[in-house]
Design a protein around this ligand. Structure first.
Ligand SMILES: [Fe+2]
Ligand SMILES: [Fe+2]
Length: 269
């Protein structure tokens, strides 16, 4: 099985450039083209939040139109820039989002890997959390299928990264979440966004990671007093290859024109 993660689109649909520099509509279109052209094609795509820059109806309408161009199913979760009601209005007809309850969490069951998508949003806050109700829901889902390899998908990473200007928005409930994950060795991976960089850590007895953004990357500055800033390193997504024997191998896949493949030509006659 092959699947992809695209994250942190920060889509602005009003014709304005993000931070006066970046065309977030063009970058999402490029990401869609990238995945549609990826051979072999990913079985599904995870869109891990901060889908729009500011939640308004037009931004979500454009978002849906652009994601509909993907030739494989895409599953979205909210980030701190998103609005749950507007997301439900945008993607509700696809059937994977819950129709009742406060949180947009769900599972994907019809694949060799099982996915549990979490809603870590605190409305009005940059940081995320797993409150007792959300933790109880996760614990119940993990207990349902202890023998199936499972991927947890969420916007906010529950671990410290070293990027001080992001770590200052601490994840509420991180220790309790770690304890839940540690009790369930079925968790192959925990995938997050929000950090706009690819970062991998050992956490809760599994491997946890964040993916690079398809638009802009946070500056790699590990000075704890560093000001919050971003850089125009290449947009990228994450590609995951799963086999029963090995588990998941993950790749960062930069999005852009890097020229043709150069084949290795054998010198042998
Ligand atoms: Fe973001
Ligand atoms: Fe975020």
């Amino acid at each position: 099985m092959i699947f992809a993660q695209i994250t942190d689109f920060h889509l602005k649909s009003d014709g304005q450039l993000f931070k006066d520099e970046l065309d977030s509509v063009a970058t999402l279109k490029a990401a869609v083209r990238h995945l549609n052209g990826f051979d072999p094609r990913p079985d599904l795509v995870l869109a891990t939040g901060d889908l729009v820059y500011e939640p308004d109806e037009r931004a979500y309408r454009v978002l849906r139109e652009l994601l509909d161009e993907l030739e494989m199913p895409v599953y979205a979760i909210p980030g701190n820039h998103d609005d749950r009601d507007m997301m439900l209005g945008t993607f509700g007809d696809l059937g994977y989002l819950p129709r009742d309850g406060e949180f947009l969490h769900y599972t994907i069951e019809d694949r060799p890997l099982r996915f549990i998508a979490l809603d870590t949003v605190i409305p009005g806050s940059v940081g995320g959390e797993m409150c007792p109700r959300r933790l109880a829901w996760l614990e119940d889902r993990l207990a349902e299928e202890p023998g199936r390899p499972t991927v947890i998908v969420m916007h906010h990473p529950p671990f410290v990264t070293g990027l001080g200007f992001m770590d200052k928005h601490a994840f509420a409930g991180a220790a309790a979440l770690e304890a839940v994950v540690r009790r369930h060795p079925s968790v192959e991976r925990l995938l997050a966004g929000h950090l706009h960089r690819d970062i991998h850590v050992r956490w809760g007895g599994t491997i946890a990671s964040t993916s690079a953004s398809i638009v802009f990357q946070m500056s790699l500055d590990l000075n704890q007093g560093a000001a919050s800033s971003f850089v125009l390193e290449p947009p990228a997504c994450s590609i995951f290859h799963w086999t029963e024997g090995t588990g998941i191998a993950d790749y960062t896949s930069p999005i852009g024109d890097f020229g043709p493949r150069r084949t290795f030509v054998s010198q042998q006659p």
